[in-house]
Design a protein around this ligand. Structure first.
Ligand code: ADP
Length: 535
């Protein structure tokens, strides 16, 4: 299968050409609401084409109420209205889920099944996702606010690809025979850890689910997954499908709830053998500490970023503008690897600014269920307020506001596509992760300088490089201290491509062959060889 290019799938020409199903009144286009926006008017929100069937905790193959009986609302980012009340997991629910996962690992069928049988269940699951992909995409859009076209055309196909990829690994995991210096037969066994605790964020609920659950189960572990409190719906829905595909009870348990309660209970649980976390660097430090203070469980961390996107003087400017725009604004700017420092060579800087501004003004903001919309609302009021605060800080620190800068509409959490030029390295907007539709453009003079400035951050998740010069590309690819360098492309997320951070962007790699080692112990088995002289 060809590497999936989110950028090509999501470019505006694709959106215009797409012939996906219509939802209600997607064809009624509105006008921009102020001098900066070209946007679809916000009318009454479109009714999502899906029902909410699963709101309880999934423990031992059953949907159950929380031990406390408490619930919390999950909100529609388009309006702030309640979508559904969700069972709120806490420490006692984590205990119950961990016991179920423990039993399914120690006594249950999962690690004892043949790897081929596990693989077949995962393949059946991928088929069921494919069958129900419209409803799944709709749930993802409703709970998260991302454009339906993005969820349906790019994310759900990638979700399917991820589970097929990991199903393919399940029966190809094995150890080695090792040549020791002595009369010994030495082999390694690659064994699952046991119970994997996994904590995921809200920006790509199902892709994060697949990055975590896929390798853990392929390697024979059982799982307790804590979803983000903002986006509990889609994981519950697909996990039900996983059980329909034949997943035994207790193998995958899904707890909705909050970080300091359910998340903390999972990270510090003595019977969880391995922890994987994706989220902010601040919370990553907290969970790493909890894992260390409890049973020293190993931790995989995928954390924040402030990724440079470097536009060299030889770049095709129109293409560079489009890609830099995509690198930042994709998913409402809510990507840990967003190209949030656009560094542009001084010779092409002025033209780049003009064209970036024009592109941002053309960005279509509106109800994410409406066809042609490129940008929906931010996830919640907290992120919305935080982004507007960063915009104020940017203006206050002397950066030039080229476009946007305000909320979009009067309800929900929409923000205008915002572009700042004349951004300096020491400004807060050039240093901190904004996690929103705010592009910061900086000027550079030469390669040595841009390498030093691109690396002058505590983060090291990803970088984009735009150049036609192979020597420049090779130099930057090696000099940048980041886990991924995208050259003349961005956000390419195939299942086989590893992803993770240098420095304070994390520990370990997810996806690809490297992700398997997060979920496998290596056992050395040594046997003396009798009669070595004969061998
Ligand atoms: P964000 O600020 O983007 O929401 P977080 O890092 O706070 O990112 O959240 C990512 C995930 O971590 C979510 O599932 C959240 O509930 C969880 N989380 C937040 N705080 C804690 C904590 N103290 N312990 C464990 N998990 C947490």
């Amino acid at each position: 299968m060809a590497t999936r290019r989110l950028s090509s799938l999501l470019s505006s020409s694709y959106v215009v050409a797409a012939s996906s199903r219509s939802f209600g009144r997607y064809s009624s286009w509105g006008r921009g609401i102020n001098r900066f926006s070209t946007a679809v008017a916000l009318e009454e929100p479109i009714t999502p084409p899906v029902q909410i069937n699963y709101t309880k905790l999934l423990i031992n193959g059953q949907f159950v109420d929380s031990a406390s009986g408490k619930t919390f609302p999950t909100l529609d980012p388009r309006t702030g209205d309640v979508i559904a009340h969700i069972a709120e997991g806490d420490a006692e629910d984590i205990n119950r889920a961990v016991s179920a996962a423990r039993k399914a690992f120690d006594e249950g069928p999962w690690p004892k099944m043949t790897a081929y049988e596990r693989s077949r269940i995962m393949l059946r699951f991928a088929d069921l996702i494919e069958k129900h992909s419209d409803e799944i995409a709709a749930l993802e859009t409703w709970d998260n606010g991302k454009p339906y076209e993005q969820a349906a055309k790019a994310e759900i196909p990638l979700l399917i690809r991820l589970f097929r990829y990991y199903a393919g690994w399940a029966d190809k995991i094995h150890g080695l025979t090792v040549p020791a210096d002595g009369p010994y037969h030495v082999q390694t066994l690659h064994e699952p850890f046991g119970v994997a605790g996994q904590i995921i964020p809200w920006n790509f609920p199902l892709l994060m689910y697949a990055w975590k659950v896929g390798p853990a189960l392929a390697c024979g572990n059982t799982v307790v997954l804590k979803t983000a409190e903002q986006t509990p719906l889609s994981a519950l829905y697909v996990s039900k499908l996983f059980h329909e595909a034949g997943l035994p009870p207790g193998v995958l348990n899904v707890i909705s709830g909050f970080g300091p309660t359910a998340g903390a209970a999972l990270a510090s649980h003595m019977d969880v053998d391995k922890l994987a976390f994706t989220g902010s660097t601040e919370t990553g430090k907290i969970v790493l500490g909890m894992a260390a203070r409890s049973n020293l469980k190993p931790v995989t961390l995928e954390l924040g970023g402030k990724s440079p996107f470097i536009v060299c003087e030889d770049a095709d400017i129109d293409k560079a503008v489009e890609l830099a725009h995509f690198a930042l604004f994709f998913n409402q700017g809510q990507c840990c690897c967003a190209g949030s420092r656009t560094l542009v060579h001084e010779r092409v800087y002025d033209e780049f600014i003009e064209k970036s501004k024009a592109r941002a003004l053309k960005r279509v903001v509106g109800d994410p269920f409406k066809k042609g919309v490129e940008q929906g609302p931010q996830i919640d009021s907290e992120q919305f307020e935080k982004i507007l605060k960063y915009i104020k800080i940017g203006i206050g620190s002397g950066a030039t506001l080229e476009s946007g800068g305000e909320r979009f509409g009067s309800k929900g959490y929409y923000i205008q596509p915002t572009v700042f030029s004349n951004v300096q390295d020491d400004m807060v907007i050039a240093k901190e992760e904004i996690f929103g539709p705010v592009q910061s453009i900086l000027k550079f003079k030469d390669l040595g300088e841009v390498i030093q400035r691109a690396n002058a951050t505590r983060y090291g998740l990803a970088a984009g490089v735009f150049t036609q010069n192979i020597d420049t590309a090779n130099t930057l690819a090696r000099a940048l201290k980041v886990g991924t360098v995208w050259i003349n492309c961005f956000d390419i997320f195939d299942a086989a491509i590893p992803f993770g951070g240098y420095k304070m962007s994390g520990h370990g790699r997810e996806k690809g062959i490297y992700s398997l080692s997060n979920y496998l112990q290596v056992k050395a088995v040594v046997t003396p060889l009798k009669n070595p002289a004969w061998l």
